[in-house]
Design a protein around this ligand. Sequence first.
Ligand code: XCC
Ligand code: SF4
Length: 654
Amino acid sequence: MAEKKEQSIDQATIEMIEKATQDGVSTVFGRAEKMRPCPIGAEGSCCSNCAMGPCRVPLPRGKVETAEEKRKRVGVCGATAETIAARNFLRKIAAGTASHGDHGREVTKIFIEAAKGEIEGFEIKDEQKLLQLALELGVEIGDRSNNEIAVDIGELLQEDFGRQEGELLFLKRAPLKRQELWRKLGVVPRGIDREVAEAMHRTHMGCDQDYEDLLLHGARTALADGWGGSMIATELQDILFGTPSPTASQINLGVLKADEVNVIIHGHEPYVAEMLAVAAEDPELIEYAKSKGAKGINLAGMCCTANEILMRHGIPIAGNFLQQELAIVTGAVEAMVVDVQCIMQGLAEVAGCYHTKLITTDKRTKIEGATHMEFNEHTALASGKEILRAAIDNYPNRGDNVRIPGEKADLIAGFSHETINYLLGGLFRASYRPLNDNIINGRIRGVAGVVGCNNARVTHDDIHVTLVKELIKNDVLVLETGCAAMACGKAGLLVPEAAKYAGDGLASVCEAVGIPPVLHMGACIDNSRILMAATAMVKDGGLGDDISDLPVAGVAPEWMSEKAVAIGQYFVSSGVYTIFGATWPTLGSKEVTDYLFKEMEDIYGGKWDFEVDPLKMAKLVIDHIDKKRKALGIDKARERVLYDMEMRRELDKV
Ligand code: XCC
Ligand code: SF4
């Protein structure tokens, strides 16, 4: 576990933690100080999979264990520390895959209903992407309407969730060599739900008790997320709500407005937020807000729902995961509207200390003490308006205990895989060629995907920002999603001017193309866009013939959710070297940890790693990128630029 120095590097966050203390309100920051993490659970050495336990099999601390002692370190059923750690790890992957899968399933259902004309207000927005997907999946186009084509696409992809045999449809998008490897290893996912269900079965008491076999199924389950549930969600959301393109907006608690009805939309699935975005423009509702003394309605996002409506509507972001309670602490939020995932139950308690209405909207996420206003997609617009009306009605209750921090930063978001293609190659010859060329000539050293959460066990945003600054300084182009993107947005790294923090090579490319050195690619579900970007780089040529050949790496510096583990594993199984910060959940078993950190590289060409220090993380990423450059024979071009960098650093010291 990392050493935590401060609570946050973000001034708005620090100011609101102080206000919470003054107001006598408990937040995640204070609770994290009171509740130490259980050391046995943290290392994956606690099993509660049957009622003879829970069994604890922790590594002995402060001494070397003999073989005899290790043999005796087992659960009541005889399960070894290896089995227990691997089972726990697989269950995290299964939970993450289930979450993204359930998101994808819901999107698919709504997509089909919208195409059938059953949902007022939702219609196909990206015709080009629809037709491309139809071609890819072999859906007849002819002179059929977009809606007819969309119904077929939706129903075809829907089968991936319940498929019993065969292969998920999008696996064919991966480089051929990767597909062959998956088939050879037997880790090709059949159906999304099937792999999750099998993971739960295998980890049941007395089932799979071979850690390598458990982790092989972990790979299969995670692939059903990255190339399945997540990818389906991203693709269909793009077609239905629009494929993101670069959009300017702002981020941090300073986007809340003193004289408007502030509504925060928080969670992951975009349809409620999409409808609120439409409803917030309704002249009647704006008039209604004015009748209550407000100047208007101010919608702002939180967590991944924020990323979705930021990319497609330019709606500002109030903050990332650890700021959710603090938004309410401002005293200026009339309603916090939540859907699913990453919604802390602590919100209900905090909302109770202010006038804020906490509104749950999803049948799968209810919270004791919150108002449940279930979102009905068939009356979507009416549902959206009803929610906003409740927020407006709450405006007169705001009171005087209001303090909105001044901090807000400009950012540009919405670099979808398609956009990067167009930006680099131009609309008529969209390609990754210029990116590949700039990697080969050494201006760009490599690419890092920096993704994932905040974690109250480490200094909020610090690991993200320190790592990313170090990477771009060393000419590594950074692709971001989720709360990681927000941390960097608040630090001013998501604007073209941030090229001033980049090394000369990366800066020159950013200036030529007009992009920031850190590209916001969306919500966590959109990590599938990073898989597509990596695949496009392979297919464009010159950088090897598989994802594992690319000079790329992935990092989740402040991860906390099970979804992050699923994402990490699908990156590793797709051939990407992936580093996690904060804490590592299998340290109770050396064998399991060695398998993940070393042996997986021989199997998948990608592997896991763990490092808490952001500068050391950056070094691991850069060393890995340099190793891949060398293997590709493009290290020579790079060396000259590196020499310049070294010299400039020397100058910096003077
Ligand atoms: Fe949740 Fe997606 Fe993590 Fe942020 S990054 S804390 S999962 S909101 Ni996904
Ligand atoms: Fe203990 Fe085995 Fe039951 Fe786990 S499955 S709780 S190790 S007896």
